[in-house]
Design a protein around this ligand. Structure first.
Ligand code: BDR
Ligand code: CA
Length: 310
């Protein structure tokens, strides 16, 4: 049976890749998606989820819950400089997306799935942790039922990507990150220490799509172009697959080595090692080749060649 997953996201170029990867992974069933302010304002992130739903039409169709518009205690700082004003590379020609519903809200969706699925549920958080912190406040008992939480965020033994010491998701909402780490949850954190090993070379995407990938593949090439360009400019050898790696580790934890650690959150979202009982595990050494193979196999189902006309 496919394991039920809820994805909390702020799409985002790499978030979009994680959703497409998840929708084509037989080990999991993406039951719900909740959106949060982060890379872009939450309204835009929600539009992006509906754009992707329209493009891919996944089955089952996930429940969508719109989440927090602001971090818990500070103003939102987005990453539109990287992801584009619209979060998906500012392509001019997305088809009109379905109108996002006002309800249910993200907290209700998380509570409902946690209470119904309990230990079976894996929550994959690939944006700031605001929605999860708000759910803890609303119903900590429900959150404590969740089997596993995999969250992309932090920079433990490596430099940050938003300040010299902080990673983006943690720096957007450090107060939320603090509450999540203090809640004694089965938390697997996927920090930059791991995601910087998950780099997709441009040639990798091209060769994966050589078999024919149709309009979905063309769109992936188009909306990732900006990410490839900016990651190259930042010194990487391709596109850094932060959120897809978190999703992959939700599917198969053996793709990385893990270390149980105690972390505390600094004032700007720094993830600092501390002494005492571990409060999460962090992903470390990644089996990059195996991860990239899995990701590219699943990102976009190949389009069967058209039968020759007689
Ligand atoms: C994280 O920040 C966002 O810009 C990405 O989507 C990812 O979740 C990487 O630091
Ligand atoms: Ca993200």
């Amino acid at each position: 049976m496919a394991a039920p997953v809820l994805i909390d996201t702020d799409p985002g170029i790499d978030d979009a890749l994680a959703l497409l990867f998840g929708w084509n992974s037989p080990e999991i069933s993406v039951e719900a998606i909740t959106t949060v302010a982060g890379n872009v304002p939450v309204e835009q992130g929600t539009v992006n989820v509906f754009r992707l739903l329209g493009l891919r039409e996944p089955s089952p169709r996930p429940v969508i819950g719109v989440g927090a518009a602001e971090p818990l205690a500070r103003a939102l700082v987005t990453a539109q400089r990287y992801h584009g004003e619209d979060g998906l590379g500012d392509l001019p020609d997305w088809p009109e997306a379905e109108k996002p519903p006002l309800e249910p809200d993200a907290v209700s969706v998380i509570v409902d799935h946690a209470r119904r699925l309990q230990r079976l549920l894996t929550l994959v958080a690939i944006g700031p942790l605001t929605n999860l912190a708000l759910t803890l406040k609303a119903d900590a008992g429900a959150v404590s039922l969740i089997g596993r939480i995999v969250a992309m965020g932090g920079a433990v033994d490596v430099p940050g990507n938003i300040t010299p010491t902080a990673e983006f998701n943690m720096s957007v909402d450090p107060e939320a990150a603090h509450r999540v780490l203090a809640a004694r949850l089965p938390l697997d954190l996927v920090p930059l220490d791991a995601t910087r090993q998950a780099v997709l070379p441009r040639a990798g995407l091209k060769s994966a799509f050589r078999r024919g990938s149709g309009p979905l593949g063309d769109r992936i090439v188009a909306f990732t172009e900006r990410g490839f360009r900016l990651d190259h400019a930042g010194g990487a050898q391709g596109l850094v697959l932060h959120d897809p790696l978190a999703l992959a580790l939700a599917i198969d934890p053996t793709l990385a080595e893990w270390e149980a650690v105690r972390l505390v959150i600094g004032p700007e979202g720094e993830t600092l090692r501390a002494s005492g009982e571990p409060n999460c595990r962090i992903a470390k050494g990644v089996d990059t080749d195996r991860f990239l193979r899995l990701f590219l196999e699943r990102l976009c189902p190949p389009v069967p060649p058209r039968p020759a006309s007689s």
